[in-house]
Write a protein that binds this ligand. Sequence first.
Ligand code: NAD
Ligand code: UD1
Length: 341
Amino acid sequence: MQVLVTGGAGYIGSHTVLSLLENNYDVIVYDNLTNSSLESIKRVEKLTSKKVKFVEGDICDKEKLSQLFKQSDIDAVIHFAALKAVGESAEIPLRYYQNNVHGTVCILEVMQQYQVHNFIFSSSATVYGEENDVPYVETMKLGSPSSPYGASKVMVERILADLALSDNKFRGVSLRYFNPIGAHESGEIGEDPKGIPNNLLPYIAQVAVGKRDKLSVFGEDFPTKDGSCERDYLHVMDLAQGHVAALDWLDRHSEFNGVEAFNLGTGNGVSVFAIVQAFEKAINKAIPFEVSPRRAGDLSAFWANASKANKELNWHANRSLEQMMTDTWRWQSNNPNGFLD
Ligand code: NAD
Ligand code: UD1
């Protein structure tokens, strides 16, 4: 079975490509490298001793996509390609809607043209918005996320639902990721943010390696146990395996058409202070931090009800918080400058 992976050179994409290869899928990566480097794919090839076909291209380039679909026998598409910086999305919303929404429509059109029906979409816990109580469960109505980034994910989920109503061959899966962290246990691939990291773990890792002075903890006055925000952190390799499980689910449900959403998380909320402590324990070194004002748009706490994925996909986020920290550190300390090393 051959899978086209858009955005496959990125953080979650590269780990998923590795899992796909280990499960004997053939993989084509299609990526414009705006937020990644070809080095991630080279390392995945080295780790697996398998080849990946790489095509540099933009998901909005329908001509290039068409050529690729014409030449290749594609059975399924896993669609990671997107811009993902929440703050930036409020500054340049049109670019986000163009890339994340229009780009997805381009892929779906080309898939329809070439009669490829299996589609796995990288959605996010952000689609639950502020309206829903935790833990989030797939039967909840989608909310209204405050950022254009979040809104782009809700829009795509709506597009998939409408497409499924109009095309009874379409077989879509939306995977709603909670907070992926960590890296492959080899320390060869991991998250390599450009500039100042927006997300918690890459920031802590850069403090630990001496690239940043101290962490700012955004708020300690939330209505949580220790006052800092709580999130559902899961290991990126568990998340990667969730995509293999979703392909397997589509394969087992040959009669299925429509779109099905699954939460991919551990089901546990962990606070920012608890993450700092866990990281300090893993590396046996203190992480300097200061408490700063809340970050705009941050919700106090959310985590997944992951029972649907546990039961139907036969998938569990098994790796421990300790392993998430150790693997983050192995990647960061072996590659202080990311893939530039
Ligand atoms: P990433 O930035 O590391 O990977 C995205 C990849 O897509 C990059 O390699 C980038 O170069 C590529 N890309 C972007 N726009 C493209 C375009 N127009 N054409 C071709 N390639 C393009 O991000 P990630 O963390 O690996 O996220 C992957 C997906 O998962 C995204 O859709 C993201 O919104 C979603 N997601 C991520 C998180 C997270 O915490 N990382 C959480 C929920 C959902
Ligand atoms: C962010 C996105 C969310 C996206 C998710 C994917 C925002 C507002 N939300 O979520 O849309 O789906 O990534 O993983 O960006 N923190 C600090 N100091 C830092 C960085 C973060 O204290 O330097 C705190 C944050 O306030 C938050 C927690 O750490 O409570 C996690 O932050 P982050 O990694 O950015 O993820 P989310 O905010 O959950």
